[in-house]
Ligand binder design. Structure first.
Ligand SMILES: *[C@@H]1O[C@H](CO)[C@@H](O)[C@H](O)[C@H]1NC(C)=O
Ligand SMILES: *[C@@H]1O[C@H](CO)[C@@H](O)[C@H](O)[C@H]1NC(C)=O
Ligand SMILES: *[C@@H]1O[C@H](CO)[C@@H](O)[C@H](O)[C@H]1NC(C)=O
Ligand SMILES: *[C@@H]1O[C@H](CO)[C@@H](O)[C@H](O)[C@H]1NC(C)=O
Length: 214
Protein backbone atom coordinates (compact mmCIF):
# COMPACT_ATOMS: atom_id res chain seq x y z
CA UNK A 1 0.00 0.00 0.00
CA UNK A 2 2.76 2.35 1.00
CA UNK A 3 4.72 1.34 -2.02
CA UNK A 4 1.69 1.91 -4.18
CA UNK A 5 1.23 5.37 -2.74
CA UNK A 6 4.86 6.10 -3.30
CA UNK A 7 4.58 5.00 -6.87
CA UNK A 8 1.41 6.99 -7.33
CA UNK A 9 3.11 9.99 -5.76
CA UNK A 10 6.01 9.62 -8.12
CA UNK A 11 3.63 9.41 -11.03
CA UNK A 12 1.69 12.40 -9.74
CA UNK A 13 4.90 14.46 -9.49
CA UNK A 14 6.45 13.22 -12.69
CA UNK A 15 3.50 14.18 -14.77
CA UNK A 16 3.38 17.96 -14.04
CA UNK A 17 7.15 18.29 -14.46
CA UNK A 18 6.87 16.57 -17.84
CA UNK A 19 4.15 19.04 -18.82
CA UNK A 20 6.36 21.97 -17.76
CA UNK A 21 9.22 20.56 -19.78
CA UNK A 22 6.92 20.16 -22.75
CA UNK A 23 5.69 23.72 -22.38
CA UNK A 24 9.25 25.02 -22.12
CA UNK A 25 10.15 22.99 -25.13
CA UNK A 26 7.20 24.27 -27.16
CA UNK A 27 7.93 27.88 -26.18
CA UNK A 28 11.52 27.38 -27.24
CA UNK A 29 10.31 25.81 -30.47
CA UNK A 30 7.96 28.74 -31.10
CA UNK A 31 10.81 31.16 -30.43
CA UNK A 32 12.97 29.21 -32.83
CA UNK A 33 10.24 29.31 -35.47
CA UNK A 34 9.71 33.04 -34.93
CA UNK A 35 13.43 33.67 -35.23
CA UNK A 36 13.51 31.63 -38.42
CA UNK A 37 10.57 33.59 -39.79
CA UNK A 38 12.22 36.92 -38.91
CA UNK A 39 15.43 35.70 -40.52
CA UNK A 40 13.50 34.63 -43.60
CA UNK A 41 11.73 38.00 -43.84
CA UNK A 42 15.06 39.74 -43.39
CA UNK A 43 16.56 37.72 -46.23
CA UNK A 44 13.58 38.47 -48.46
CA UNK A 45 13.76 42.18 -47.61
CA UNK A 46 17.51 42.31 -48.26
CA UNK A 47 16.99 40.41 -51.51
CA UNK A 48 14.27 42.85 -52.60
CA UNK A 49 16.45 45.84 -51.75
CA UNK A 50 19.41 44.39 -53.67
CA UNK A 51 17.15 43.57 -56.62
CA UNK A 52 15.75 47.09 -56.58
CA UNK A 53 19.23 48.58 -56.53
CA UNK A 54 20.28 46.32 -59.41
CA UNK A 55 17.18 47.26 -61.43
CA UNK A 56 17.75 50.93 -60.65
CA UNK A 57 21.37 50.77 -61.82
CA UNK A 58 20.21 48.78 -64.84
CA UNK A 59 17.54 51.37 -65.57
CA UNK A 60 19.89 54.29 -65.13
CA UNK A 61 22.69 52.86 -67.27
CA UNK A 62 21.86 50.07 -69.66
CA UNK A 63 18.18 50.76 -70.27
CA UNK A 64 18.58 54.51 -70.38
CA UNK A 65 17.91 55.91 -73.84
CA UNK A 66 20.40 58.56 -74.85
CA UNK A 67 20.05 60.85 -77.82
CA UNK A 68 22.51 59.88 -80.59
CA UNK A 69 24.73 62.64 -81.93
CA UNK A 70 24.74 63.49 -85.63
CA UNK A 71 27.76 65.49 -86.77
CA UNK A 72 29.80 66.67 -89.71
CA UNK A 73 33.37 65.42 -89.18
CA UNK A 74 35.22 66.61 -92.24
CA UNK A 75 34.88 66.91 -96.00
CA UNK A 76 36.74 66.59 -99.26
CA UNK A 77 35.88 68.36 -102.48
CA UNK A 78 35.23 67.42 -106.08
CA UNK A 79 34.43 70.22 -108.52
CA UNK A 80 35.39 73.50 -106.89
CA UNK A 81 34.37 76.64 -108.76
CA UNK A 82 34.53 79.82 -106.75
CA UNK A 83 34.57 83.36 -108.04
CA UNK A 84 35.38 86.02 -105.50
CA UNK A 85 35.04 88.84 -108.04
CA UNK A 86 33.20 91.71 -106.43
CA UNK A 87 30.97 92.16 -109.50
CA UNK A 88 30.13 88.51 -110.03
CA UNK A 89 30.74 86.43 -106.91
CA UNK A 90 29.58 82.82 -106.91
CA UNK A 91 30.38 79.28 -105.84
CA UNK A 92 29.57 75.87 -107.21
CA UNK A 93 31.19 73.23 -105.10
CA UNK A 94 30.85 69.48 -104.95
CA UNK A 95 31.46 68.48 -101.35
CA UNK A 96 31.81 64.94 -100.03
CA UNK A 97 30.98 65.27 -96.36
CA UNK A 98 32.16 62.76 -93.76
CA UNK A 99 29.27 62.41 -91.33
CA UNK A 100 28.93 60.49 -88.11
CA UNK A 101 26.12 59.11 -85.98
CA UNK A 102 27.44 58.48 -82.50
CA UNK A 103 25.27 56.04 -80.57
CA UNK A 104 26.01 55.71 -76.86
CA UNK A 105 23.07 53.39 -76.18
CA UNK A 106 23.40 49.74 -75.14
CA UNK A 107 21.46 48.85 -78.24
CA UNK A 108 21.41 49.71 -81.90
CA UNK A 109 20.00 52.90 -83.35
CA UNK A 110 18.09 52.45 -86.60
CA UNK A 111 17.42 55.64 -88.46
CA UNK A 112 15.25 56.50 -91.43
CA UNK A 113 16.06 58.25 -94.71
CA UNK A 114 16.74 61.88 -94.14
CA UNK A 115 18.46 64.93 -95.58
CA UNK A 116 21.12 67.33 -94.37
CA UNK A 117 20.53 70.90 -95.47
CA UNK A 118 23.39 73.38 -95.90
CA UNK A 119 22.89 77.10 -95.46
CA UNK A 120 24.96 80.13 -96.31
CA UNK A 121 23.96 83.12 -94.17
CA UNK A 122 20.44 81.75 -93.88
CA UNK A 123 19.98 80.79 -97.54
CA UNK A 124 19.81 77.12 -98.41
CA UNK A 125 22.65 76.27 -100.77
CA UNK A 126 22.52 72.48 -100.90
CA UNK A 127 21.11 69.25 -99.61
CA UNK A 128 22.66 65.84 -98.98
CA UNK A 129 20.62 62.65 -98.85
CA UNK A 130 21.00 60.26 -95.95
CA UNK A 131 20.04 56.65 -96.58
CA UNK A 132 18.42 54.71 -93.77
CA UNK A 133 20.82 52.55 -91.82
CA UNK A 134 21.88 51.76 -88.28
CA UNK A 135 24.55 52.59 -85.75
CA UNK A 136 25.49 49.63 -83.57
CA UNK A 137 25.39 49.66 -79.78
CA UNK A 138 27.93 51.98 -78.24
CA UNK A 139 29.61 52.80 -81.51
CA UNK A 140 29.89 55.52 -84.09
CA UNK A 141 28.81 55.02 -87.66
CA UNK A 142 30.64 57.12 -90.20
CA UNK A 143 29.59 57.54 -93.78
CA UNK A 144 29.96 59.88 -96.73
CA UNK A 145 27.26 62.08 -98.19
CA UNK A 146 27.63 64.14 -101.34
CA UNK A 147 26.19 67.60 -101.72
CA UNK A 148 26.31 70.16 -104.52
CA UNK A 149 26.65 73.59 -102.98
CA UNK A 150 25.43 76.40 -105.20
CA UNK A 151 25.25 80.12 -104.52
CA UNK A 152 22.46 80.52 -107.12
CA UNK A 153 19.92 81.50 -104.44
CA UNK A 154 22.24 83.82 -102.53
CA UNK A 155 21.85 87.59 -103.17
CA UNK A 156 24.96 88.91 -104.94
CA UNK A 157 25.41 91.66 -102.37
CA UNK A 158 25.50 89.20 -99.46
CA UNK A 159 28.12 87.05 -101.18
CA UNK A 160 30.20 90.06 -102.27
CA UNK A 161 30.15 91.33 -98.68
CA UNK A 162 31.37 87.98 -97.43
CA UNK A 163 34.28 87.77 -99.88
CA UNK A 164 35.29 91.37 -99.17
CA UNK A 165 36.05 90.43 -95.55
CA UNK A 166 37.65 87.00 -96.03
CA UNK A 167 38.19 84.16 -98.46
CA UNK A 168 35.84 81.85 -96.59
CA UNK A 169 32.43 80.35 -97.20
CA UNK A 170 30.72 79.95 -93.84
CA UNK A 171 28.10 77.22 -93.78
CA UNK A 172 25.65 75.79 -91.32
CA UNK A 173 24.27 72.28 -91.66
CA UNK A 174 20.97 71.16 -90.20
CA UNK A 175 19.24 67.86 -90.14
CA UNK A 176 16.90 65.67 -88.17
CA UNK A 177 17.39 61.94 -88.04
CA UNK A 178 14.33 59.98 -86.96
CA UNK A 179 14.84 56.50 -85.70
CA UNK A 180 14.52 53.88 -83.05
CA UNK A 181 16.77 52.75 -80.22
CA UNK A 182 16.44 49.01 -79.58
CA UNK A 183 17.90 47.73 -76.33
CA UNK A 184 18.26 43.96 -76.00
CA UNK A 185 15.09 43.37 -78.05
CA UNK A 186 13.24 44.37 -74.85
CA UNK A 187 12.82 48.04 -75.35
CA UNK A 188 12.19 50.03 -78.49
CA UNK A 189 11.96 53.75 -78.29
CA UNK A 190 11.60 56.36 -81.01
CA UNK A 191 14.43 58.79 -80.83
CA UNK A 192 15.25 61.65 -83.13
CA UNK A 193 18.41 63.68 -83.18
CA UNK A 194 19.17 67.09 -84.64
CA UNK A 195 22.30 68.20 -86.39
CA UNK A 196 23.30 71.83 -85.99
CA UNK A 197 26.85 72.47 -87.16
CA UNK A 198 28.77 75.48 -88.37
CA UNK A 199 31.85 75.23 -90.60
CA UNK A 200 33.91 77.18 -93.07
CA UNK A 201 35.18 76.32 -96.51
CA UNK A 202 38.63 77.86 -96.91
CA UNK A 203 38.74 78.91 -100.53
CA UNK A 204 42.49 79.12 -101.10
CA UNK A 205 43.33 75.74 -99.56
CA UNK A 206 40.05 74.04 -100.62
CA UNK A 207 39.56 72.66 -97.16
CA UNK A 208 36.77 72.48 -94.66
CA UNK A 209 37.69 73.88 -91.27
CA UNK A 210 36.40 75.26 -88.01
CA UNK A 211 33.68 72.63 -87.74
CA UNK A 212 31.60 73.04 -84.63
CA UNK A 213 28.47 71.08 -83.75
CA UNK A 214 26.21 71.60 -80.82
C1 LIG B 1 15.14 55.42 -98.62
O1 LIG B 1 16.04 55.78 -99.63
C2 LIG B 1 16.34 54.72 -100.52
C3 LIG B 1 17.44 55.20 -101.44
O2 LIG B 1 17.26 56.52 -101.84
C4 LIG B 1 15.07 54.35 -101.28
O3 LIG B 1 15.34 53.29 -102.16
C5 LIG B 1 14.02 53.92 -100.26
O4 LIG B 1 12.79 53.68 -100.92
C6 LIG B 1 13.81 55.01 -99.23
N1 LIG B 1 12.93 54.51 -98.19
C7 LIG B 1 11.93 55.21 -97.68
C8 LIG B 1 11.12 54.56 -96.61
O5 LIG B 1 11.67 56.34 -98.06
C1 LIG C 1 7.65 55.76 -83.78
O1 LIG C 1 7.87 56.23 -85.08
C2 LIG C 1 7.17 55.55 -86.08
C3 LIG C 1 7.56 56.11 -87.42
O2 LIG C 1 8.95 56.14 -87.56
C4 LIG C 1 5.66 55.72 -85.84
O3 LIG C 1 4.93 54.97 -86.81
C5 LIG C 1 5.30 55.23 -84.45
O4 LIG C 1 3.96 55.49 -84.18
C6 LIG C 1 6.18 55.92 -83.42
N1 LIG C 1 5.92 55.34 -82.12
C7 LIG C 1 5.77 56.07 -81.02
C8 LIG C 1 5.54 55.32 -79.75
O5 LIG C 1 5.83 57.28 -81.04
C1 LIG D 1 21.97 75.90 -83.71
O1 LIG D 1 23.08 76.33 -82.94
C2 LIG D 1 23.17 77.74 -82.80
C3 LIG D 1 24.43 78.03 -81.99
O2 LIG D 1 25.51 77.32 -82.48
C4 LIG D 1 21.94 78.26 -82.12
O3 LIG D 1 22.00 79.67 -82.03
C5 LIG D 1 20.69 77.86 -82.91
O4 LIG D 1 19.53 78.25 -82.21
C6 LIG D 1 20.66 76.37 -83.10
N1 LIG D 1 19.55 76.01 -83.96
C7 LIG D 1 18.78 74.96 -83.72
C8 LIG D 1 17.69 74.74 -84.70
O5 LIG D 1 18.95 74.22 -82.77
C1 LIG E 1 35.18 79.54 -86.19
O1 LIG E 1 33.81 79.80 -86.36
C2 LIG E 1 33.26 80.67 -85.38
C3 LIG E 1 31.78 80.75 -85.62
O2 LIG E 1 31.45 80.71 -86.97
C4 LIG E 1 33.96 82.02 -85.47
O3 LIG E 1 33.45 82.85 -84.48
C5 LIG E 1 35.46 81.83 -85.28
O4 LIG E 1 36.12 83.04 -85.49
C6 LIG E 1 35.99 80.80 -86.25
N1 LIG E 1 37.37 80.54 -85.94
C7 LIG E 1 38.33 80.48 -86.86
C8 LIG E 1 39.69 80.15 -86.38
O5 LIG E 1 38.09 80.65 -88.05
Amino acid sequence: MAENNHQAGEKAYASPYGRVDEEVASVAQKNEKRKKRVKCFTYVAVFIVIQSVIFMIFGLTIMKVRTPKFHVRSATFGAFEVSTLDTNPSFNINMIADLSVRNRNFGQYKYQNSTVEFFFRGTKVGEARIVRSRANARSTRRFLATVDLSSAGVPTEVLANEFRTHALIPLTSRSTLRGKVEIMKLMKKNKSTNMNCTMEIMISSKQLGNISCR
